[in-house]
Design a protein around this ligand. Structure first.
Ligand code: SAM
Length: 251
């Protein structure tokens, strides 16, 4: 088990191994058969009640912030098994979910068959364009839940650049991300007893995340218009990290 705390300004911050992250999600896709599509991506394998409560609490918190309506085009970055697909597609004109895991996208497609207005693509969050997604129109809403922790810093920058490049002029971006409360925390090849899998993730502080937005989202006109905690205290079972949401708009 390796848990490494770093200061925000530390020069050489620890990295996570991309292949290990990809393997982790391949295994999650295999486990979806036993734990179900929600716990495959929201975890809490041994606490199904907590997973269900978090799923419901997150949707209740974020749905009003997304301000969906029937004319909008929505992009779901790191859509996983399509946990958000029904809600997003049901409240918009067009839904496109993307994820780097072909196996998780297979699950999403199996439970949400593709139509002319509901699509999935296998694509990395840090490198895609409208053309590569087969799209000609930008997106009015972008949802990204729990994805940045699996990216190294340069890919967080890439992911924010991609969001900016596919966003319409009036786009609203809503992110939900676990953050380090006081310090950046990197988990490297930690065997999780809860998941019975080796885990890698980077919990950046809110300040660090905002720092990576400076030359990307902020430079293309986005501003954080609101932010807050996702869960009430009883649904947060971590001392060093907390789930935060952020809403950004182009001003
Ligand atoms: C914790 S799950 C959340 C899934 C979904 N957003 C949700 O909230 O239900 C993290 C997701 O990020 C995806 N992911 C991780 N790294 C990625 C990358 N580089 N590009 C695209 N997706 C990635 C994983 O495959 C997984 O589906």
């Amino acid at each position: 088990m390796t848990r490494i705390f770093s200061d925000a300004d530390e020069e050489s911050k620890p990295r996570i191994d991309k292949d290990s992250v990809a393997r982790f999600f391949q295994e999650r896709a295999l486990k979806a058969g036993s734990v179900g599509l929600t716990r495959a991506v929201i975890y809490q394998d041994k606490h199904p009640d907590l997973a269900e409560k978090r799923d419901a609490a997150e949707k209740a918190r974020l749905l009003p912030i997304l301000r969906l309506h029937g004319d909008l085009r929505v992009l779901d970055v790191g859509c996983g098994t399509g946990r958000w697909t029904e809600v997003l597609a049901g409240n918009s004109a067009y839904y496109h979910g993307i994820d780097f895991s072909a196996e998780l996208v297979d699950h999403a497609r199996a439970s949400h068959p593709e139509t002319a207005s509901l699509r999935f693509s296998v694509a990395p969050a840090e490198n895609y364009s409208l053309a590569e997604l087969g799209e000609s129109q930008p997106f009015d809403r972008i949802l990204c839940c729990g994805v940045m922790i699996y990216l190294n810093d340069e890919d967080v920058v890439g992911a924010f650049r991609c969001m900016a490049s596919v966003a319409s002029k009036k786009c609203r971006i809503v992110m939900r991300e676990p953050v380090g409360i006081l310090n950046r925390l990197t988990i490297k090849e930690h065997f999780s007893d809860e998941l019975e899998q080796s885990y890698n993730a980077i919990y950046r502080t809110q300040q660090e995340l905002e720092g990576y937005m400076t030359d990307t989202l902020f430079a293309s006109g986005f501003r954080i218009i609101d932010q807050g905690d996702v869960y009430e205290a009883e649904l947060n079972n971590r001392a060093e990290t907390i789930q935060r949401w952020m809403a950004l708009e182009r001003s």
